[in-house]
Design a protein around this ligand. Structure first.
Ligand code: APR
Ligand code: PHB
Length: 389
């Protein structure tokens, strides 16, 4: 088999890249290790930057997003029981849209299926070959039979644990990493959310987040030590702890119910450099990880593939390699700004095991500054709703 761009991974990055290339008439094949049902079963964050919404619109996959997504004009911070709303629309005229990442994936998969494009699910042992030359290839096993896929370019959109980054010679890659000493325990409940917008809460006992998926489905998180296991957290214990970390009015309003999903996610910041190796490009979680505090994971993946699609389209339509030559530097500049913002949100809102009294006062001062300064509030708004590519 042969294609123009072989994409590894059918998460949001791989699927959106496929869609953007399809719209420019460039053929792709996606190889995905898991089944379609498995990919759609993963529950992930759900805040789309305005630029991501615009990109999905341009890609022609925005209908359901506009019908079901919730446009939020701002977010709230609750710091030691004091709530403050940051009104992004008033501050900078921008908004975010709450729409589950799983839904974005589903919309992109449906669009791809109805265009009749090839995705090979349950492709095992995907391996990358000759991407340092002009004729890269992928090999994989499907139903016990080995296949080869020849292509012009390979897009490594296979997430943090994927094979693409791992196939790059070690000395060609530099990585930067910070692992946080806690995780987020998240639950999904079929109860209306406690507030109209998201509440990011800082408390001495730890961070908490009140989020949502729809007017009738809530998503809540609390910071827990990395060593905790889900089994140690009954629904009752979870909600008791969540109530302690938000202000009294929020705690009183919280509607609890049986969890329909409960899991612990570790927090990590990670960036690989560079993101191009000959004819192989890395994008999305394969290239970088952010802690979920700034809700940047999917948004960064989307801006990576927007830039990559543009660069590849330039190769095919203008015979110019300028875009692919500058891809890595261009996206890394935005990636690092999102890394900085996610790290900063994480630092001010969480309780670190080694935070002393001085550190807590600094966190409080950050919050006081943010809420009293229009410049600081606008900076938060600009970063949260998404910086330009
Ligand atoms: N071969 C083929 N596919 C693979 C391989 C492999 N060796 N390894 C991983 N994959 C697939 C995974 O099964 C997954 O479906 O690659 C896909 C990567 O998708 P994501 O992990 O969703 O990553 P990405 O598309 O970059 O999306 C970024 O989604 O992961 C979240 O939090 C993340 O918000 C971020 C966004
Ligand atoms: C979520 O709804 O899952 C969510 C929202 C905002 C975040 C992280 C996760 O910052």
């Amino acid at each position: 088999m042969r294609t123009k761009v072989a994409i590894i991974g059918s998460g949001p990055a791989g699927l959106l890249l496929g869609r953007l290339l399809e719209n420019a008439g460039i053929e792709t094949v996606i190889l995905e290790r898991r089944s379609q049902e498995y990919v759609l079963g993963r529950i992930r964050a759900g805040v789309l930057e305005q630029g991501t919404v615009e990109l999905l619109d341009r890609a022609g996959v925005g209908d359901k997003l506009h019908a079901e997504g919730l446009v939020h004009d701002g977010v709230e911070f609750c710091f030691d029981g004091n709530r403050h709303r940051f009104n992004f629309r008033e501050l900078i005229g921008r908004t975010v849209t709450v729409y589950g990442q799983t839904e974005v994936t589903r919309d992109l998969m449906q669009a791809r299926d109805s265009s009749g494009l090839t995705t090979i699910y349950e492709a095992e042992n995907v391996s990358l070959h000759a991407f340092d030359g002009d004729a890269p290839k992928l090999r994989y096993v499907k139903d016990g039979v080995e296949h080869q896929l020849a292509c012009d370019f390979i897009a490594g959109c296979d997430g943090y644990h994927g094979v693409s980054r791992a196939s790059v010679p070690q000395d060609a890659l530099r990585t930067f990493e910070r692992v946080y000493p806690f995780g987020w325990l998240g639950i999904l409940v079929d109860r209306p959310p406690v507030a109209d917008e998201l509440i990011y809460a800082h408390h001495e006992r730890g961070f908490a987040l009140c989020s949502m998926r729809s007017p009738s489905r809530s998503r809540y998180y609390i910071q827990v030590p990395s060593s905790d296991r889900v089994e140690e957290w009954s629904d009752q214990r979870f909600f008791d702890e969540l109530r302690r970390r938000v202000n009294e009015e929020t705690a009183d309003k919280l509607l609890t119910g049986p969890s329909i999903e409960k899991s612990i996610a570790p927090l990590r910041s990670f960036v690989a450099e560079p993101l191009r190796f000959g004819r192989l490009f890395l994008a999305g979680d394969a290239a970088h990880i952010v802690p979920p505090t700034g809700a940047k994971g999917l948004n960064l993946a989307a801006s990576d593939v927007a830039a990559l699609a543009e660069a590849l389209i330039e190769v095919y339509t203008e015979r110019s390699s300028a875009g692919i030559d500058s891809y890595s530097a261009r996206v890394l500049s935005r990636i690092w700004k999102a890394e900085r913002f996610s790290w900063w949100m994480t630092s001010i809102l969480h309780t670190f095991p080694d935070t002393d009294a001085f550190g807590r006062r600094i966190q409080r001062a950050e919050f006081e500054y943010l809420r009293s300064s229009t410049a600081a509030s606008r900076s938060l708004a600009e970063n949260y709703t998404g910086l330009p590519l």
